[in-house]
Design a protein around this ligand. Structure first.
Ligand code: UDP
Ligand code: MG
Length: 318
């Protein structure tokens, strides 16, 4: 009987320091489950260092390695998507290159999918040890907000490290939106997921690719991609303000007619105009966010462009 195959997708952006650690780590772990075949899909997300050359060297000496080099930096989500689209395995895993997602969990993930009634095994960190306090605070708040206002359930500390069955992988690929937020997509497609927990591990080498602004943009994407609540807030705010100003107008008219009060207080008028102007701009901004997302989606541009690969049948633009 043909062996089942495990695909391991690794997005890499400037990971020349970590590739020499992660590759042997995965190989060693996969040797402990020889009843499974495996492939390592290294996706080079337009790295500017030696990542691409290193991938080629690995692919030349190990047939388990397939590499895909993007024509530029398309972002981690695009790299994951490219890996998923090209994975051929029965079980498909996504994993970071920096050893923050322990490869040692792989055999347990395979065992769960094989023996228990689950379609995916996901992981979450139970601690954020070693992470800057301010970053932990913002991350926690983000997960709280998104769980409240969207209908998908995204666990706090959830990693993109998970293994899925072929069926679930195909469902994830079928969600071909351009603006991808994987954690939300994994939750949206449903299926039965088992959660494994582990302590936070720090990057083995190199630096995180996420600045504060990149994370902020990522979280905004997460919220607008999976929730319409911000749009609703702006229309409720509009309704509320209209109601109050209507009351105020009646009040002023009545006061003028009955008490013949002169209309006074231009400073308060200026304040009110500025307040309303501000709120209007704010609401227009929210609408703009959704509009620009729609604009990007309707263009139907490919998620990524592969410049170079050792897989002949690769999906080069998708
Ligand atoms: N990554 C990527 N493209 C990017 C940024 C990051 O493919 O534009 C990859 C990176 O190589 C790593 C993973 O995404 O494998 C996670 O990145 P990082 O470790 O910097 O993020 P953190 O763990 O700090 O959230
Ligand atoms: Mg990392």
């Amino acid at each position: 009987m043909k062996k089942k195959c495990v695909s391991i997708v690794i997005p890499c952006y400037n990971e020349q320091e970590t590739l020499p650690t992660i590759y042997p780590a995965i190989t060693d772990v996969m040797k402990t489950i020889p009843e499974y075949d495996y492939e390592i899909l290294l996706v080079d997300d337009g790295s500017k260092d030696r990542t691409n050359e290193m991938m080629k060297e690995l692919a030349a000496k190990d047939e388990h390695v397939r590499y895909f080099s993007f024509s530029r930096n398309f972002g981690k989500e695009a790299a994951i998507y490219a890996g998923l689209c090209n994975a051929k395995g029965d079980f498909v895993t996504t994993m970071d290159a920096d050893m923050q997602d322990p490869p040692a969990l792989l055999p347990e993930m395979v065992r769960v999918l094989e023996e228990e009634d689950f379609d995916s095994v996901a992981t979450r960190r139970v601690s954020r040890k070693g992470e800057p306090v301010i970053r932990s605070f913002f991350s926690r708040s983000f997960y709280k907000v998104i769980r409240k206002i969207s209908d998908v359930d995204i666990a706090d500390g959830a990693r993109d490290y998970r293994m899925m069955t072929r069926e679930m992988t195909d469902s994830v690929i079928a969600l071909s939106e351009n603006n991808r937020f994987s954690k939300g997509i994994f939750a949206w497609v449903g299926y039965k997921t088992k959660w494994l927990e582990f302590e936070n591990v720090e990057r083995v080498a190199g630096e995180t690719k996420w600045s504060f602004w990149k994370l902020l943009k990522y979280s905004m994407d997460g919220i607008t991609n999976f929730s319409n609540v911000p749009l609703m807030i702006s229309s409720y705010m509009g309704m509320l303000l209209t109601f109050f100003s209507f009351l105020a107008i009646i009040f002023i008219i009545v006061r003028k007619l009955i008490f013949d009060d002169p209309v006074s207080g231009w400073p308060s008028l200026v304040c009110i105009i500025t307040l309303i102007g501000g709120i209007q701009l704010f609401c227009m901004g929210i609408m703009g966010q959704y509009l620009s997302k729609t604009y990007m989606e309707v263009k139907r541009r490919p998620h990524y462009i592969i410049r170079e690969t050792n897989s002949e049948d690769a999906e080069r633009n998708k």
